[in-house]
Design a binder for this molecule. Sequence first.
Ligand code: HSE
Length: 310
Amino acid sequence: MPNSVLVHSPATLSNLGCGFDVFGLALTAPYDTVRLTRSSTPGIRIQHLDPYNLPTDPQQNVAGVALLALLKEVPEAIGFDVEITKGIMPGSGVGSSAASAAGAVVAANALLGSRFNKMQLVDFAMEGEAVASGARHADNIAPAIFGGFTVVRALQPTIDIIALPAPELWVAVVHPQIEVKTSDSRKVLPATVPLGLAVRQWANVAGLVSGFLTADYELIGRSLDDYIVEPARLPLIPGLAEARVRALAVGAIGGGISGSGPSIFMLNNTEETAQAVGAAMGSVFSELGIEFNVYVGPVGTQGAYVVSEE
Ligand code: HSE
């Protein structure tokens, strides 16, 4: 069994328009890098090799909390030394905390002879999400572990994730450098939903799953719309409406807020279109005088994976 492993854990899109807290999609980049080394000294010791000044106390760190949850199920007296290099900027809305937590439990599992299945790894990693956002949600964790397109069908009484293949899609993400805390963007959501809106939303949910399974890009495009969550969050993300108009004008299939924002994603059927869409969305934030990053890449078919082991 290896003593030390290096894992890459990808950014992920959650919600995917209509599927609040349910849908997720793995990207290929950016990604976090997690090195885990097995130790005979119990406990978790965390070092961050990046400039973000994230907590290193395992009880406060998303990867630390996830590893502590995993270690509760391990009878041996072992510990882990953890080095995390964040390639995904914290607070960007593309699953930064999920990537670190997922990467850590995938690495630990590799050091423990793969004794846990992916559903269990999601369960451990989700403890990290609870620390990061105050809500135990798995819509970023699931694609970060399973890859592809994921549906969180239930968290209770037991976790139930459906992992589906995604058709070939190119994703363009623009990350405007504005702060939108997940906890704040959950507070603006309506407590109840009129039945008529709910009907339109779950019709889109069914349409989007069908579109993914049949690689019907037009169906995907017309099913992405979110009638419930995005309208409430729209005021938190200046430029969102215009970014969508410009993205669709240069050929995007469709998109919306990435997770709880502030990033915006658009799905595209070619790399060339995705590049044009990224530039079109970026132009909106240039004009608003807001700094931004653009990421373009294919959907990731695998979640966090071991790159090397010693
Ligand atoms: N589904 C969550 C939300 C994702 O939209 O609040 C948060 O990253």
